[in-house]
Design a protein around this ligand. Structure first.
Ligand code: ADP
Ligand code: MG
Ligand code: ZN
Length: 496
């Protein structure tokens, strides 16, 4: 096939076509044991050390459903506002692959655990919208092929069954997303929900969160959906967005050339930045689903559902609304702060201690999150406590230190874990607001720069900033900017 080169620009494509995106997310549950046996659910063990007759699919071994797995699946279903069905049914999904020793995967098919939920996503402009969920069902993970990293790699492949039987939920969205950015936002919001609810560690590198993306285009204004392709092998949210972007342009080039889209599964190649055909949906297996005879229908009593609902923490969207109402911070700030429950807690503690909620939110979003990111640390390991950050905000608010000094003090707090008051006192960083001290510094600068003074007085008043900078330098950044500005103007504009 000729390379479906982007003959049209992105803007041109998006002016004519509307992308339609639906995501399928597989998520490993944070249980102690596997779904149907008592083997530990743990990542990273020596291959085939976390196995038993049940998860190896040996003849005669019978599955027993883990109550903890159901509990976590329920938490996910309720956190995404799904309707939980009192009776759901496990089914066998039959196919052959070396990592599936039973020859079938226990899943749920026409009677899933939960249906019809939604995830709220940020529009970026303060707006919020819902991406609806079709369903959440329970299933088990398969084993893993070992193609590399072994002494015998290159000659042979192995199979590791440690992952076989690990409990999963599959979360299927409706085709409600309209751009790669929206897909990214959806995954970010869904991950936050799953982390809040304690459902999964959502670690993509370890495979506890996996995503397939379905993409189609339709002419703008058309109601009918176009034919979709399904993209697999997406190992990060960024790659999900990149792959969707690529697929949108590929579909557009084909449609513009008068060709039709084939309903097929494609693999994302992150190195090449493109998708390649894997199998067409017509070739795809007939899974011959039938009810799992070794497991009774799953019955979840309304009382159980209500007790799980009551045990959920405040969820991100509710927390965001509360932050806006209670602290008066912008919706954007709130949406960033609530992405992680620990960050939200840190912010609240700091804001309450500091008294100025917006200033605190700026510090957390711009400085704390930046440093955590730089260091690759979690907020629990931040060397600056919420109380210490609040103290810094108060020193700045009270005019004791300048904004520039505050940034420096923050860096020092981060490096040493010291309280800001101690650093300011020891290093003599208290802001200079005292008029005579500032005037002295101003006089010295003006005396040393006769040419610049003359230029200013000829009308080039835009050079005021240069003088501010000079005096700041002289005072080691400690001059109170408002006081300095006023005094400088008086000195320059007044009689020579
Ligand atoms: P399959 O078994 O083929 O993967 P599923 O029902 O499990 O089908 O998942 C279908 C996914 O594809 C859902 O996330 C749904 O939102 C999405 N989808 C369905 N139709 C379209 C379409 N025309 N364009 C984009 N996505 C679609
Ligand atoms: Mg599917
Ligand atoms: Zn087992």
């Amino acid at each position: 096939m000729p390379p479906a080169a982007a003959t049209s620009s992105r803007e041109d494509v998006l002016a004519r076509y509307e992308p339609v995106i639906g995501l399928e997310v597989h998520c490993q549950l944070l249980t102690r044991t596997k779904a149907f046996c008592s083997c530990p659910n743990r990542f990273g063990g020596e291959p085939n050390t976390l196995v038993c007759p049940v998860c190896l699919g040996l003849p005669g071994a019978l599955p027993v459903l883990s109550r903890e797995a159901v509990e976590l699946a329920l938490r996910a279903a309720l956190a995404t506002r799904c309707t939980v069905h009192e009776v759901s049914v496990f089914a066998r999904k039959n196919y052959f692959y070396p990592d599936l020793p039973k020859g079938y995967q226990i899943s749920q098919y026409d009677q899933p655990l939960a249906t019809d939920g939604f995830v709220e996503i940020a529009g970026g402009d303060g707006s919020w919208r819902q991406v609806r969920l079709e369903r959440i069902h329970m299933e088990e993970d398969a084993g893993k092929m070992l193609h590399e990293g072994q002494p015998w790699s290159g000659q042979r492949s192995g199979v590791d069954f440690n992952r076989s039987g690990v409990p999963l939920i599959e979360i299927v969205s409706r085709p409600d997303m309209r751009s790669p950015e929206e897909a990214y936002e959806y995954l970010t919001a869904l991950k936050a929900l799953l982390l809040y609810a304690g459902v999964s560690d959502c670690n993509m590198e370890e495979g506890s969160l996996r995503c397939d993306a379905n993409v189609s285009l339709r002419p703008r204004g058309s109601e009918r959906f176009g034919t979709r392709t399904e993209i697999k092998n997406l190992n990060s949210f960024r790659n999900v967005a990149r792959a969707i972007e690529h697929e949108i342009l590929r579909h557009a080039a084909l449609l513009d050339a008068g060709e039709t889209i084939r309903l097929e599964t494609r693999l994302w190649n992150a190195d090449r930045g493109e998708t390649v055909a894997m199998r067409s949906k017509e070739e795809s297996h007939d899974y011959r689903y039938f009810p799992e005879p070794d497991l009774p229908p799953l019955v979840v009593s309304p009382a159980w559902v209500e007790s799980v609902r009551a045990s959920l923490p405040e969820l991100p969207a509710d927390k965001r609304r509360r932050f806006v109402a209670q602290y008066g911070i912008p919706d954007y700030d709130a949406s960033v702060l609530v992405l992680s429950r620990a960050v939200a807690d840190y912010y609240e503690a700091a804001a309450q201690a500091a008294g100025n909620a917006k200033a605190t939110s700026n510090w957390v979003m711009n400085e704390v999150l930046r440093k955590l990111n730089e260091d690759g640390r979690e907020i629990g390991a931040a060397p600056v406590t919420p109380q210490a950050l609040a103290e810094l905000v108060k020193l700045l608010e009270a005019g004791t230190i300048s904004g520039k000094i505050a940034k420096d003090v923050f860096e020092k707090m981060w490096a040493s874990g010291e309280a800001p008051g101690a650093i300011v006192a020891r290093e003599g960083l208290v802001q200079v607001s005292d008029e005579s001290a500032l005037q002295q510094a101003i006089d010295a600068v003006l005396a040393a720069s006769p040419e610049q003074v003359a230029t200013y007085r000829k009308g080039k008043t835009g050079t005021l900033g240069w003088f501010v900078g000079q005096v700041m330098k002289k005072t080691g950044g400690k001059a109170n900017p408002q006081a300095l500005n006023a005094l400088l103007k008086k000195a320059l504009d007044g009689p020579a």
